[in-house]
Design a protein around this ligand. Sequence first.
Ligand SMILES: Cc1ncc(C[n+]2csc(CCOP(=O)(O)OP(=O)(O)O)c2C)c(N)n1
Ligand SMILES: [Mg+2]
Length: 335
Amino acid sequence: MQPGPDLLLAMYAGMLRVRLFEERVRELFAGGRIPGFLHTFIGQEAIAVGVATALRADDYVLSTHRGHGHLVAKGGSLRGLMAELYGKANGICHGKGGTMHIADVSVGYLGANGVLAAGCVIAPGVALSIKHRRSRQVALTFFGDGAANRGPFHEGVNMAALWRLPVIFFCENNRWASTTAHAESAAGGSIAARAAGYGIPGQSVDGNDVLAVHDAVTRAADRARRGEGPSLIEAILSAGSATSRAMGKPTAARTRWRTDARATRSPGSVGCCRRAGCSTASTSSGSARASPPRSTPRWRTPRPVRCPSPPRHSPICSPIGPGEIDLTLERPTWR
Ligand SMILES: Cc1ncc(C[n+]2csc(CCOP(=O)(O)OP(=O)(O)O)c2C)c(N)n1
Ligand SMILES: [Mg+2]
């Protein structure tokens, strides 16, 4: 089914929102203002938005180490996310999670995860709960092409298929796992084709095509809600997405990757956004810089995380509005 103009516009705005947020995060990280490690979502915007717009607001998403875009598209708060990246007390996980451990249960985002393919075995557990509660929700887990070569992928798909659980296994194939090329590390080539071994539907889609992603997830979600079990979707990105790397020092493989004809087709790379009044988006959160750092020292057992109230933007994203983030930068207080 072809989405109407409102949904198309929302998709476009959502992809822009993800891209502009990540561009700002990348700048801040490069400037030493955000601590730790960083895997941005640049170049994979169509996947996050295609998925989020196909799911219900109460469906669950389990993310990867590269999860900012998934959260933003699912309706997560930009302020809360930016504050989390800064390690501030008003971050979505009180500044204790950081980029690879963000979570926001209030929007159905059950968490990023630094352990590759971990979501593949957590999602069947979530789906088992859905099945028991008969809530007709769906649990979608993202994982990378590298993660697809780990055991938990096979364990999770096997169990979900056996018990007909409402899971969507969604592989983001950006053709690289750190410095290892997919073509040189995955037997058989197609990850979607592995579905046949478990007797479930498997489909490859163009990961730069938001409509193709939306369509594939809509069908997989319908099937899951009908009680027919899981599906496997592989979204393939053209010649490597703009960020199939963590930010770090250049290596020979990274240099090779950079010479790929990448990003030219990536959906967030459109040039009209600044004219469209979105220039405030290339900024960091004012509340993040101004708010206090997390108060609990690292070595104490953290208190249970209290989830913030639902953010005001809908899962179908709107462009970043004036005031939502601002241009002012300061040295972060932990330094
Ligand atoms: C179990 C495990 N092994 C190794 C790593 C180190 N590691 C972090 S990212 C990464 C590459 C992941 O590639 P892929 O799954 O394709 O995701 P992408 O980074 O391309 O989005 C590796 C090996 C890890 N985080 N977890
Ligand atoms: Mg990859």
